[in-house]
Design a protein around this ligand. Sequence first.
Ligand code: URP
Ligand code: ZN
Ligand code: ZN
Length: 489
Amino acid sequence: MADFDLVVRGGTVATGVGATRADVGITGGAVRAVREGLGPGREEIPADGKLVLPGGVDAHTHIAQRSSMGILTADDFESGTISAVCGGTTTVISFAAQHRGQSPREVVEAYHGEAGPKAVGDYGFHLILSDPTPEALRVEVPALVEEGVSSFKVYMTYEALRVNDRQLLEVLRSARGMGALTMVHAENHGMIGWMSSELLSGGHAAPKFHAVAHGKLAESEATARAIGLAELVDAPLYVVHVSSKEAVEAIAAARARGLKVFAETCPQYLLLTADDLDRPGMEGAAICCSPPPRDRESQQAIWAALRGGALDVLSSDHAPYTMDERGKLAAGPTPPFPRIGNGVPGIELRMPLVFSEGVGRGRLSLERFVTVCCEAPARLFGLWPRKGTIAPGSDADLAVWDPDREVTVRWADLHDRAGYTPYEGRRLRGWPETVVRRGEVVVRDRQPIAAPGSGRFLARGSSEAAAPLGRPSWSVRLARRFGARDFLR
Ligand code: URP
Ligand code: ZN
Ligand code: ZN
């Protein structure tokens, strides 16, 4: 008679607080016990000499999304989430992207239709708001938050998607009232546009000039401005894809002042630099993403901030575009840099890259790796403690990693449809071999085996960041002292 449906036996179980040798007993899709000497399971996964890590939570993926330029990402929810689980990530939070004029409700319904029959990993949605009308913020958006779409993303650049400062204030204020978290793509639109025009008029159109036009100042100025807007209305803020030392400094300064500012980075800012855009012909287009990879100084600052806590989360920003007319080169075979599709693939390699380069090289402890890849995104996006840990009562999402397995990265061995990886040929050490999602083995011996449609939509609750700051801004305090007592209550 079995005590559990499944027992993962004899591994080193690591969570955000520590690592210990234990068995994991799973029944009904949930973890029931974590300790040594558990009784038998109907199925057993031997994990001697292996690490047992929580299933990763990737809080920033673009799947089945049309970009600001109108190009469609190469992955749908089947290939995107198969790629995710093969890299140890069992939960993705992807974007439901509102393009101007679209109803947020219809957008989210359409993404449910896309993901439901295809997803293999569990999934949630952030709502991209490009047209935050007062009516939408009053009626449709609160209803969507109630249904579990409890975070928004806004862009400060990209002509077709961006909001102005006043709209951003409205989104922040509304999010605060709904217990939702606002994510911001922080780059100064005017600086990027001006730099692009200057470069192009000098004949500098190659992909590498993307990294010049999207400079560090454009990022740090917009980051500081977004923080100021959030402070004014006493709302928490989450800064996506932080790439530079200067943006980290703006975030750290805000946190030192007690503001609820949270932030993520991505492997491309830890492992690539602007020089990777300087490849022959259009090859550099493969690395064009916004913000772009920077320099060694920023790489070191990003590693230090991820280690030290100024950056909370490691996401992939998986934005897979093929290197042809359906993707990056939709504007022609040799487009000037502003017309190259922006984004890099990375959903499968997010954890293996940073395990190898971070834990393997002593830049991150194992606990910190689990925190930034699993626990912190679950906490910040309303999934904790269901996701992001291995503990009794949590969903049984975990991956058995062989910490010594050596892998040479080849896109042909990955499961996304981008057609390339920026990390081709890199040698990595450590790889997830068996992956379990809600108690079901979805990857066995590195091969995906789960059925499309077996992933579930995650109706997310409020973020742990969503509680009000407690100390309204100086302007709000003054308004209230002058008699406007209801101001921003
Ligand atoms: O270049 C990027 N990051 N493309 C994806 C869209 C976004 O800005 O996150
Ligand atoms: Zn972005
Ligand atoms: Zn993105």
